[in-house]
Design a protein around this ligand. Sequence first.
Ligand SMILES: [Zn+2]
Length: 263
Amino acid sequence: MIFAWLERRRRAALLATPAPPEWAETLHREYALFRRLAPEARARLVDIARVLVAEKSWEGAGGFDCDDRARVVVAAQAALLLVGIEHDYYDNIDSVVIYPAGYRVPGGRVGPDGLVVDMADRRVLGTAHSTGAVVLSWKSARAGGADADDGRNLVYHEFAHALDMLDGVVDGTPPLPDRQTYRTWFEVMTKYYERLVAAAARGRRGTLLDTYGATNVGEFFAVATEAFFEKPRQMQRRLPDLYATLKLFYRQDPAGWPRRARG
Ligand SMILES: [Zn+2]
């Protein structure tokens, strides 16, 4: 396709120029996990983030000034999910809308149009729409970047929904390579989803997986993604087959990353 060819050329031209020098400083200061990645992974992440910044429509809302720093911090975290996999830069997402903090969604919660709404303290921190927008709170997106080990990351969560939606349905299952992988995925994810639902019903707060993941299978995948990147050693030890399944999908091994910055 001509269009795909033009797109590839445009991307190659963009990546042939060096990243803006302030990017490295912003990422070192604002994105704790970035400092732990190996040089090759850092380079891949920055390249993906540059394409996301260039090709998505970035919009500030509610008075938020969506400046270069905000775009870099959000795009880099979104890029982490893609570093190991074959992808097309969240082809299903056209725009990223950033509010200063939590915001209220006009008209309420989940609708049949596939609107996914994440509630926290009755205010919404982030949503991913099947119509092509990811909506985020800057306060939460920034806090998520600053802390690499608290198990929570709004940007990973929302972009995991975007991956889930690539096949058109929000069912906790992104597109997978073959039937065997689907079978394993379904088995393992269902087992842990049901466990989390049972734990939530007993009123137990999830320690490793946030009980918000018991809301539905779509939320389970998003919450499991947060824990996979933010509590990988604990997940590998306590939920080894869940860790292995996510590792197979993301083709990354965060449990092997150093706990401290490489410098
Ligand atoms: Zn969610």
